[in-house]
Write a protein that binds this ligand. Sequence first.
Ligand code: ZN
Ligand code: ZN
Length: 755
Amino acid sequence: MLTGTVQGVGFRPFVFRLAKALGLRGRVRNDAAGVTVEAFGPPEALAELTRRLVSDCPPAAAVASLHDAAIPYEPPTGFEIVESAASAERRVAIPPDLATCPACAREVADPADRRHRYPFTNCTDCGPRFTIALGAPYDRPATTMAGFTMCPACAAEYADPQDRRFHAQPNACPACGPRLRLADAAGRPVEGDPLALAAAALRAGRILAVKGIGGFHLACDATSTAAVALLRQRKRRDEKPLAVMVAGLSAARVLAWLDEAEERLLASVERPIVLCRARPAGPLAPEVAPGSPLIGLLLPYAPLHHLLLAEAGRPLVMTSGNLSEEPIAFEDDEALRRLGGIADLFLLHDRPIASRCDDSVARVVAGQPLVLRRSRGWVPRPIRTAHRFTRPVLAAGAQLKNTFCLARGDEAVLGPHVGDLDNLETYAAYEAAVARLEAFLELRPELLACDLHPLYLSTRYARERAAAGSLQLVEVQHHHAHAASAMAEHHLDGPVLALCWDGTGLGPDGTAWGGELLLVEPHRYQRLATFRPLPLAGGERAIRHPWRLALAALLDAFDGAPPLERLPLFDGIAPAELQVVRRLVERRIQAPLAHGAGRAFDAAGALALGRADSRYEGQVALALDNAAAGGAAEAGAYPFQVAEAGALEELDLRPLWRALAADVQAGAPAGLMSVRFHQALAAGGAALVRRAADRVGRLPVVLTGGCFQNARLAEGILRELSGAFAVYTHAHVPPGDGGLALGQALVADAVARRG
Ligand SMILES: [Zn+2]
Ligand SMILES: [Zn+2]
């Protein structure tokens, strides 16, 4: 009896072939909880079967548990795959989309194969799953392949247990399956071979909208400065890095320094965009990731990508098909309407996408994969929890980088990346995604969870649903939810010490939290320490204009009389504007106090790099992190102090601001200042943890919140605390707001259970 991701991933044919090879008789079937194997034969062969069921399982499968027991001897004559009653499979989730397997990629490239150059080739080991599913259970009539009737050759593969395509629901070939077509920006068909014409257009520097697995990409030649600049201009995306797809690992190695963990992540069946260290002076246009030593690379995950990369013969920018801030387009009409002003040509096909699902993003931190955006390839794979949910829960998630979560029993499912809920289109996409996943999982929430922040659209959604359905709603403090998310991922019951560092989250006292050390159990928390707050002059404007934060930090550090001369940051600021902001800070007018750790990164980046403005949230902090690549660890750390502030301890960075200002005035290199800053923050976080442990005991420590996307910070704290503490970082759940909903679900259920 096996549980885990064992259905829709070719597990039964794998068991069939393995049992045959070992000369065993018996049967295999899917049931409500997973896969059951009954095998009869010599003990050595049975032991070998048990071992290899786990060690040799298909690439997309993940065995969560294997339970074996003796059964009465009544073998069938051979080994068979037994059909299960449809009702038995209903509770089992639809698998995530799986990247093209090597066998299918070989067939597509082979001129002698009947699937040569066929962009929709797949098998039980690979192909679309979640994004083509219309409902449960997962079989062909309930997918967007329902309208295609298999030809005799495909039907024979589908019916043959010895075949790699046995019960591959999206099985298709050029004779019977979906087809490509090319259209111009107005939607008019373009005659000729769509693939060859699309590749030629890319080589000629044009912009192509490509219908993929979970939505549209905008593609262009990543080595062409003119093409990338044109894409940025049309997409209205000025500086955010663009993802680049390369044909394979050897092509990736030309563009980036890759270690073994990064190569494994790039080639994983989930195929995320992986943030890697770019090789300087590589063939990519500098406009792909301006000013960043990192580059987001991904490998092809559909046959269409393999073919396009091979025929274009160069790396391609593959960025999500939307205008900045809007959800990714996934329907043909919608794409033509919304992307018509961006793309010159549309590479379309007639296999509809049922669910929108963006590319996932990941990186390697401290030698381990860390998912930063959890979407295609992971959704809707359930996360096993040690916590047992007492009733079905919907957690609405955050405002930015939203995902939501559905949980029941001992499983939680995070939905696809929805994005920032700050426009109507995204909000509509959010409502649709929630409804669809509820239908798939046949889960009707009886308990709702959301953030404390009344202005989050996700909060409004949860409140309205709770009111309409007379359901209980639990509003969960932002950082409590971050901590619980890490606890859920690592099966920790608590109490834990949680270092929750991010940009901002509303505290129950109405102030902006975000540099918190909390003592956490699922149903409650206690705030132990925080950052000494900074006033945000002009509120949100201070985040877009971090010179305001730097000024506030210096005013605080120098008791209102900071030396602003020889600080290049302030050279470009008009004296009158400087005066206005200074007055706001001093008089605390329109200058709410914020405890967010992210704000310290913004202020330090502005000061050290002389960068007054951020084009997107965290840009200057990211630039500071990037600058550290040029500094050595022997640079030491800036000083800081820990102070008592009532019942709380406060990480006081005033000594740091004074030392940083002196370094800037002395003309210190940015890399040196960045290293000193990061090492100070790591030491400061570790100091807070050690002092808290003296009071409450040496508990497990979790690191969570968006700041822990920063590899330098996370690795620094791990180094400081390793040996003395068990420290847990996120892995498959994002540390930022994209992982928040999992924690909300856990807290809400724990609170509701206690009445
Ligand atoms: Zn395959
Ligand atoms: Zn066919």
